[in-house]
Design a protein around this ligand. Structure first.
Ligand SMILES: [Zn+2]
Length: 301
């Protein structure tokens, strides 16, 4: 028997009891480095700004705060500026700085290119849909290839989740995002929120901790998105909750927060180590499928 595996399983069991212990969290996440390298964070922000210049009717780069080290926190908001918004999706990447997939930073250009054609994405935007993409949520960690932010905090345990008794948003990165989204969304309904991570090869939905389960109706909606994911990216990518797929309990995660606070379908997409970047077209097909469903289906309302 593999002693390392036994040790990891024991740690997972202990970690459910002490989910906020940073030493255990670090040990458990030892293999989460995506092995996919990206450009410096400043280059990713430059790319967003050049998109804003090229697609002025649809693209707006927002600096919603500053990291612990003073880097700008940037996201791109894609919406048809001349019409009133009514629903939104949110996509985030690298909240764990070493889990960059090179999907999240290419999606803004792809979405904007679609505005030149008639099709699912144009229709969604014409009908008042909004797409927020924050490619790198933890720029300090990303540039240093570290999971945590510069205070040594796992930001994906720093979201307020009432059901989990977690009072979050103690860190500047997560708090700035929460404040911006709350302000900018106003009465616009956030429908789907997904953060990109690595390296399980799975789509995770709430709840991230043991105990509560989704109502059947809400579980069905999450599974509908999971089925779109599996039909585009592949049936080999599993779908389930963190305790079921990963075997441990995590409190204060973004997907639980987006689900509980905004009523959105909340997800963590766990990419595959060293190769998720080869599947960009599959990801764009998934988003096209999700947005088509949001535009045309009564299943999600
Ligand atoms: Zn992660």
């Amino acid at each position: 028997m593999n002693y390392l595996l036994i040790a990891l399983f024991s740690l997972a069991a202990v970690a459910s009891d002490f989910p906020n212990d940073p030493v255990l969290a670090k040990l458990l996440s030892i293999d989460s480095d995506s092995a996919i390298k990206g450009p410096a964070y400043s280059k990713i922000v430059e790319e967003l700004k050049s998109l804003e210049e090229s697609y002025g009717d649809f693209a707006q780069v927002i600096t919603f705060g500053q990291t612990v080290d003073g880097k700008p926190l940037s996201l791109i908001k894609i919406a048809k500026k001349s019409i009133t918004s009514n629903q939104a999706i949110y996509i985030g990447g690298s909240i764990h700085g070493n889990e960059y997939l090179n999907i999240e930073d290419r999606l803004p250009r792809w979405f904007l290119e679609q505005t030149a054609n008639s099709g699912t994405i144009s229709t969604y935007l014409e009908q008042g849909g909004v797409i927020y993409i924050a490619p790198i949520l933890n720029p300090d960690g990303y540039d240093r290839r570290e999971r945590e932010n510069r205070n040594g905090v796992d930001l994906n345990r720093d979201y307020t989740v009432v059901k989990a008794n977690v009072e979050g948003f103690k860190e500047i990165e997560t708090r700035s995002l929460f404040e911006y989204l709350s302000r900018d969304l106003g009465s616009v309904q956030l429908k789907v929120a997904m953060d990109y991570h690595c390296c399980i090869g799975a789509l995770l939905y709430p709840w991230s901790f043991t105990g509560p389960v989704l109502s059947n109706a809400d579980k069905e909606k999450h599974l509908l998105i999971a089925s779109i994911m599996q039909s585009t990216i592949g049936p080999g990518v599993k779908a389930g909750t963190t305790p079921v797929i990963l075997g441990y309990s995590a409190k204060g995660t973004s997907k639980d927060f987006y689900y509980e606070h905004f009523g959105a379908l909340g997800f963590t997409y766990e990419g595959r180590k060293g190769k998720e970047d080869k599947f960009f077209e599959e990801h764009t097909s998934m988003w096209e499928g999700i947005i088509k469903t949001l535009s045309g289906s009564r299943l999600i309302n």
